[in-house]
Design a protein around this ligand. Structure first.
Ligand code: IMP
Ligand code: MG
Length: 180
């Protein structure tokens, strides 16, 4: 296993994202941060601890039916509990891969009448994208490698690593902070 993004890099970037979010929502008194379980939890906690604006939290949990049987179809396993009509929703996700999960959730949140919906994703595996998803706050762009740690798992393992690591080491791996 090879470290792709160190604990220090994560901390620095999360602090930058939190500062940006704090500025952008300074006038909002109705912000709800919605995390996608379980992968977003470590990122979400670190991010939200740094906010000074008032924020409520809630969670979705999703599952895909499987690429072979039902490509791109996402199942909502756990819905959010809070009403979101008229609220500013910040959706928080660990990684955007094909984009199907986020596309589905973003559409659902808008359909329910949120005042605004923006996505904050720690990692963007852009070359793997199959449906377009706008990422308002992006931590890092990475190559299409399988990564674990800081919430991300392989078969429910490695979530508690304090850094992001590549399971199958490849020579071309690189992570660069998103320019945004
Ligand atoms: P998408 O619908 O293809 O964008 O899938 C996103 C979900 O797939 C993420 O929320 C992760 O749970 C999972 N995923 C995608 N890439 C990775 C990875 O490299 N490591 C661990 N989980 C991943
Ligand atoms: Mg996930």
């Amino acid at each position: 296993m090879r470290v792709l993004i160190s604990q220090e890099e994560l901390e620095r970037r999360v602090a930058e994202l939190a500062a940006e979010i704090d500025r952008d929502y300074a006038e909002s008194d109705r912000l709800i941060a919605v995390g996608v379980l379980k992968g977003s939890v470590f990122f979400m906690v670190d991010l939200l601890k740094r906010l000074t604006v008032p924020v409520s939290i809630d969670f979705f949990q999703t599952a895909s039916y499987g690429a072979s049987t039902s490509p791109g179809e996402v199942r909502i396993r756990k819905d959010i509990d809070l009403p979101i009509r008229g609220k500013d929703v910040l959706l928080i996700e660990d990684i955007v891969d094909t984009g199907y999960t986020l596309r589905t959730i973003l559409d659902l949140l808008r359909f329910r009448g949120a005042r605004s919906v923006k996505l904050c994703a720690l990692l963007d595996k852009a070359p793997a994208r199959e449906v377009e998803v706008a990422i308002a706050y992006k931590g890092f762009e990475i190559e299409p490698l399988f990564v674990v740690g800081y919430g991300l798992d392989f078969d429910e393992r490695y979530r508690n690593l304090p850094y992001i690591a590549v399971l199958d080491a490849g020579d071309s791996a690189a992570a660069v902070p998103s320019p945004s």
